[in-house]
Write a protein that binds this ligand. Structure first.
Ligand code: ATP
Ligand code: MG
Length: 178
């Protein structure tokens, strides 16, 4: 509904980025899983999506920035423990997820969803499931991990990413810590 034909647009999503050292650690751990079917996601693209906006007219960016700035305010730091490997067969994804609920994350996500709903983004997902994608086109059982996953995403900022041809570019960011 936001995209109008012939107007310049971008494919956007809000996410928590994964910092370089942690990307490397997660990619190295993924290697310990042995040969996996599917297509491994490049470490530089590791992230935890908060909300996918889809194709958005660039004329809407100022409104999105303003709304995000109102809700992505410094407060409780977000530390998200990713300690469970799951295979999402419908999506064909191998993902890392929090084994325990992450209430501070969910609060942030709901606030962001509400702010975007107010701008007219109607397709807010019914159910939010935090995950960090590792492999796509994955349809096998969950691989046995010799080393149990235990990563803590120390999220210091929310980033609005543009997704273009399989690469992400940060357009704006809001710090989460004072
Ligand atoms: P590509 O689709 O070009 O192969 P990608 O999946 O990495 O690459 P996008 O499809 O732009 O890039 O997705 C960016 C982020 O938004 C990813 O975290 C993806 O899981 C999420 N996403 C994409 N489409 C949807 C959707 N329809 N609903 C919810 N999240 C989505
Ligand atoms: Mg995609």
């Amino acid at each position: 509904m936001h995209k109008q034909p012939d107007l310049p647009s971008k494919r956007l999503f809000f996410a928590l980025p994964c910092e370089p050292a942690q990307r490397r650690a997660i990619a190295q751990w993924r290697n310990t899983l042995g040969h996996l079917e599917g297509r491994p996601i490049a470490g530089e693209n590791f992230h935890l999506t908060l909300m996918f906006l889809g194709e958005v007219a660039v004329s809407e960016l100022p409104g999105i920035y303003a709304a995000a700035a109102r809700v992505c305010v410094p407060g409780e730091p977000l530390r998200i423990r990713l300690d469970q490997l799951q295979a999402w067969h419908r999506a064909g994804m191998l993902v890392l997820v929090p084994g325990a609920p992450a209430p501070a994350l969910l609060q942030r996500v709901y606030a962001l969803h509400q702010a975007m709903l107010a701008l007219g983004f109607a397709d807010v997902p019914r159910e939010y499931r935090a995950h960090l994608s590792l492999v796509r086109d994955f349809h096998a059982p969950v691989p046995e991990a010799d080393i149990a996953p235990d990563f803590t995403l120390d999220a210091r900022r929310v980033v609005l990413f543009e997704s273009h041809k399989g690469r992400y570019r940060a357009l704006a960011q809001w710090p989460l810590e004072p």
